[in-house]
Ligand binder design. Structure first.
Ligand SMILES: [Mn+2]
Length: 242
């Protein structure tokens, strides 16, 4: 049996940090521009997270100063566990993406889905894989299309988009990057980490654990996911230290 089978695995899931937003107080070059990131990392450290997932829009836009990106990379590199980053609609993997410009994928503990790894980050020591489709540009896409088959004890999906319950009515515009209940179920994942909403919410059918974390600023929390030895998945929220 693997090591992972013998103990609980703890994940922290956050999204929509929007680092470097033009609306933040003070200059985006100030150290305050990264206080939300520091808060999430401190909180994840406090709950002894084995893995941190950032489900999109970690940065507010791709026009960030290099100094801010370098500092963010250094802060992430000092975190005690792996970090999986999914590029969202605000920080997609365009040629001028923050993830291509900076050395954000350089720290050995940081994975950028779609860039430093193809579509899944696998952590054999934890018995976990995290798969997700990065936003490659600003156009519409289907965040959970073609779900990946499970290859590890625990499978997590990460997606950045807008969950809708309404049926698809031709000619009616519901928005972009839509996620539907059937998409969530089709993942077969133990947990689906969602981003794009500022509020924390569980969505979809109760047969699947699909949660938005909300932004740490607006929701004031991150999701703590405990993958328990007996196979149960416990999801709670904890306040972000500022
Ligand atoms: Mn978004």
């Amino acid at each position: 049996m693997s090591v992972a089978a013998h103990r609980e695995v703890v994940l922290v899931h956050s999204s929509d940090l929007h680092l470097g937003t033009d609306n933040s107080f003070g200059s985006s070059c100030s150290s305050d521009a990264l206080s939300v990131l520091r808060g999430v990392l401190v909180t994840a450290t406090a709950v002894r997270a084995d893995l941190l997932i950032l489900a999109g829009d970690t940065f507010d836009h791709n026009r960030q100063p290099s100094a801010l990106l370098d500092r963010a990379a250094r802060i992430m590199g000092e975190f005690c566990a792996p970090i999986v980053i999914l590029p969202g609609n605000h920080d997609p993997l365009t040629p001028d993406s923050v993830y291509r410009r900076a050395e954000l994928g350089a720290p050995s503990n940081v994975c950028v889905l779609g860039l430093t790894i193809a579509e899944a980050a696998v952590f054999p020591g934890l018995g976990i894989e995290v798969w997700g489709r990065a936003h490659l540009d600003y156009s519409d896409m289907s965040p959970l299309v073609r779900p990946r088959s499970r290859s590890t004890r625990w499978q997590l999906a990460v997606a950045h988009g807008h969950y809708v319950e309404e049926p698809d009515v031709p000619g009616r515009f519901l928005g972009s990057w839509l996620i539907r209940s059937d998409d969530l179920i089709a993942t077969g994942a133990d947990y689906v980490a969602l981003g794009h909403w500022n509020t924390a919410a569980r969505v979809g059918d109760k047969q699947i654990n699909a949660y938005y974390s909300g932004s740490p600023d607006y929701a004031g929390t991150v999701n703590v996911v405990r993958l328990q030895r007996d196979g149960a998945v416990e999801v709670t929220r904890i306040g972000v230290t500022h």
